[in-house]
Design a protein around this ligand. Sequence first.
Ligand SMILES: Nc1nc2c(ncn2[C@@H]2O[C@H](COP(=O)(O)OP(=O)(O)O)[C@@H](O)[C@H]2O)c(=O)[nH]1
Ligand SMILES: [Mg+2]
Length: 145
Amino acid sequence: MNDNKLKTVIMVGRTEAGKTTLSNMLIHDTDEALKTQSIGRIGSIIDTPGEFIENPVYYRAILLNSYDADIVIFVNEADDKESIFPPNFATAFNREVIGVITKTDLGHSLETAYHNLTSAGVTTIFEVSVQDKESVKRLREYISK
Ligand SMILES: Nc1nc2c(ncn2[C@@H]2O[C@H](COP(=O)(O)OP(=O)(O)O)[C@@H](O)[C@H]2O)c(=O)[nH]1
Ligand SMILES: [Mg+2]
């Protein structure tokens, strides 16, 4: 368990983006993931359901939950065709917001993913894959206390 060494972060991204898998990798070093039905904690990580960013009705819930976090992570999978994040959504948070591109092992061009995240106002972006422990380690080091 890597829990007490990490800052509190909140994962935001569409359903299937890989938020829960990444959370388990960061905290437990395992890639097991169950469907996230509600907002939940995985160690120091606040894991949100995809519906929170997919339906604007829930934007306020994301913002409120971000107050418990040090860092907000926008999670965008490598093969996303279009952005789920509103333009400059990062500026709505009074917290550091970073981006993570997941599933980089699938071999897709990451151009769209970078475009999605930079349009959302993110400047720091990590590339990760569950198949590349070093990539997860780089992110873990960034969110370490
Ligand atoms: N190929 C690949 N698949 C991944 C990766 N991360 C997650 N997945 C898969 O993507 C699916 C959705 O993952 P999940 O963590 O439940 O997404 P969430 O809805 O954002 O929490 C699952 O089938 C995962 O096994 C990755 O780095 N590479
Ligand atoms: Mg989930």
